[in-house]
Ligand binder design. Structure first.
Ligand code: HEM
Ligand code: NAG
Length: 311
């Protein structure tokens, strides 16, 4: 009797074709980015977190300030390439760079985060990273990115020409990310941040249009809708080109309808980017536990193919 039950269970499990277990564990694990770190997270970050939740969460979704904060991390940390080593990157130099065209739309959030850093007496370089990672997890379904604290802020603008022009070719864009140490899958995963983005400056006549139909939710609709946009979704030319570019395109398509896989890969790549310019984590503190808990774990579970309603 007992044996029969076990067999039955085993048969049932394979019949509903359980997905690769790694996609589930990656959703919950925080293995992304860095290790070591022998410092305690300063208590102030819990207070910062309370303040940021009030700023970023609106009607159960992440709002325009959250979106801008996520983009701000990319424009501070991502202005880096491997040859810069432990310089530039996540150094808060963005506060000196808001006059650059590529940073249009970021002025308000950068001013806000700068004010918050001085209010709580923390480094603005850390504040930008913490706020961006906080914003991500504020969105329902948001990835939990490993979040290190302990950066020395820059005192002047950093090097330019390191951020991607939206009109550039796929080959140029790919080369730009390779120079930052990202592979094709990491690039495809990072682009998924456009699940929460809106545009004002690519086509000002369509200001406010989003890059998927649910900009307040951290889901994988962006991937399917970039390839096949519904009415009202604004697709960046760079995203279309990369979504159809060789192996980057293959990785991009691999995230379509695959929240579990994407969430983990995004967290890993974002964890890596938020250490650009840092000389390792041994003198940093892991403040991941000061981020809010994932906003809606049930929604994340429902997004996994094995829990999706069948018909
Ligand atoms: C090929 C790479 C990329 C290009 C060409 C690109 C380009 C753009 C452009 C043109 C906008 C709209 C700006 C505006 O008109 O208001 C935008 C928005 C945004 N991007 Fe990207 N991006 C890239 C990669 C990334 C990455 C790696 C991230 C983060 C990990 C990111 C996060 C965002 C976010 C969150 C917004 C929304 C900002 C808002 O709504 O306020 N992007 N991006
Ligand atoms: C690609 O990069 C090259 C070298 O910087 C540049 O001359 C060219 O205009 C870029 N392509 C596009 C489409 O912008």
């Amino acid at each position: 009797m007992r044996v029969t039950n076990v067999l039955l269970l085993a048969t049932t499990a394979s019949a509903i074709s359980f997905p690769d277990v790694s996609s589930i564990t990656s959703l919950f694990a925080r293995k992304n980015g860095g290790d070591g770190g022998n410092k305690q997270c300063p208590a102030v970050w819990s207070s910062v977190s309370t303040t940021l939740t009030a700023k970023f969460l609106e009607n159960g979704q992440c709002n325009k300030f959250a979106r801008a904060a996520i983009r701000a991390v990319f424009h501070d940390c991502g202005a880096w390439k491997t040859t810069l080593g432990a310089t530039a990157g996540c150094d808060g130099s963005l506060v000196f760079e808001t006059g650059r065209d590529e940073n249009n739309g970021l002025q308000e959030i950068v001013g806000y985060l700068q004010g918050l850093a001085s209010q709580f007496q923390v480094s603005v370089a850390d504040m930008i990273v913490f706020a961006g990672n906080h914003a991500i997890v504020t969105c329902p379904g948001g990835s939990r990115v490993k979040t290190w604290i302990g950066r020395t802020p820059a005192t002047a603008a950093g090097p330019g020409g390191l951020l991607p022009p939206v009109t550039d070719s796929a080959a140029n864009l790919s080369a730009l990310f390779i120079a930052k140490g990202f592979d094709d899958r990491e690039l495809a995963a990072l682009l998924g941040a456009h699940t929460t983005s809106t545009q004002d400056f690519v086509d000002p006549a369509k200001a406010g249009q989003a890059q998927d139909s649910t900009p307040g939710i951290w889901d994988v609709k962006y991937y399917a809708q970039t390839l096949n946009p519904p009415q009202g979704v604004f697709v960046f030319p760079s995203d279309t080109k990369l979504a159809n570019y060789g192996n980057v395109g293959k990785e991009f398509k691999g995230f379509v309808d695959n929240q579990g896989k994407w969430s983990g890969k995004f967290a890993d790549a974002m964890g890596k980017m938020t250490l650009f310019g840092s000389a390792g984590t041994s003198n940093m503190a892991d403040c991941t536990d000061s981020l809010p808990k994932s906003t809606n774990i049930k929604r994340e579970m429902k997004a996994l193919p094995m829990f999706a309603p069948r018909n």
